[in-house]
Write a protein that binds this ligand. Structure first.
Ligand code: CAA
Length: 258
């Protein structure tokens, strides 16, 4: 197992838990932290004993954005040649479902990291935004695209142009969140949700994730065609046989692939 300095990596049952751990910098995503998150996600994603990944931060901050102190002296050539933030695409490419548990600030790259996850649970203390414009830049890890798809043009444009943050209530109304939970319950609720997902058949959960994500990439007709083909293919799995037999026999399914 890899050693990490800026995250904590834990496993509870079939759930892999990544806790961002740069408290003094409000979990600002410097090169090391972002690299360690990606490495840990890939480590868990390729582990057949893991059925869901939970990413969380502290009570005060999920992540307050990319690390401005690390970035501020960079030139165009530095960022163009390095293209570092594209490393984030590897988180979005994970096949295992990822649950984000957000308390406190999720700003800039922190909001973008949360939006890369599949289920987004927020504490009532959470604050979301893309304040990059106040620094003279724009979002760089997908914020202008994912926020717009999640909450629509009107709100995404306002947040990206003014840098205003929205609280959890507003974010939920806008469709950014799966659910708001009281701050004190956030971790337990998120772990319970992750455990529920991890107890499903892993390949079927991967297929469900892929099908939902397809909606962002294609037309309705093509998306439905894709869904139908994947639905058909679930009948080639042992877990479909077991899942449906268990229902008919009024018992809990024992999925093979979990
Ligand atoms: N980068 C580097 N350090 C950061 C940081 C960031 N994004 N956010 C917070 N910190 C550091 C602060 O500099 C401070 O460190 P020091 O004690 O050494 O000065 C420490 O974390 C605590 O922060 P504050 O004292 O500012 O705490 P606060 O409670 O007064 O304010 C905050 C909290 C409103 C989140 C404020 O810290 C803030 O505005 N942070 C920057 C938010 C931001 O602009 N994020 C976008 C970054 S750019 C980006 O993400 C680009 C992209 O899309 C890839």
């Amino acid at each position: 197992m890899t050693d990490y300095d800026t995250i904590l990596l834990d496993r509870k049952g079939r759930v892999g838990i990544i806790t961002l751990n740069r408290p003094k910098a409000l979990n600002a995503l410097n090169t090391q932290l972002l690299r360690e998150i990606v490495t840990a996600v890939e480590e868990l994603d390729t582990d057949s004993n893991i059925g869901a990944i939970l990413i969380t931060g502290s009570d005060r901050a999920f992540a307050a954005g990319a690390d401005i102190k690390e970035m501020h002296t960079k030139s165009y050539m530095d960022v163009y040649l390095d293209d570092f933030f594209s490393i984030g695409d590897r988180i979005a490419a994970a096949r295992t479902p990822i649950i984000a548990a957000v308390a406190g600030y999720a700003l800039g790259g922190g909001c973008e990291l949360a939006m890369m996850c599949d289920i987004l649970l927020a504490a009532d203390t959470a604050k979301f935004g893309q304040p990059e414009i106040k620094l003279g830049v724009i979002p760089g890890i997908g914020g202008s695209q994912r926020l717009t798809r999640a909450v629509g043009k009107a709100k995404a444009m306002e947040l990206c142009l003014t840098g205003r943050t929205m609280d959890a209530e507003e974010a939920e109304r806008a469709g950014l969140l799966s659910r708001i939970v009281p701050a004190a319950d956030l971790f337990d609720e998120a772990l319970q949700t992750a455990t529920t997902v991890a107890e499903m058949s892993l390949p079927i959960a991967m297929m469900a994730k892929e099908a939902v994500n397809r909606a962002f990439e294609t037309t309705l007709t093509e998306g439905i065609r894709f869904e139908r083909r994947v639905f058909h293919s679930t009948f080639a799995t042992e877990d479909q046989k077991e899942g449906m037999a268990a229902f008919v026999e009024k018992r809990t399914p024992q999925f093979t692939h979990r």
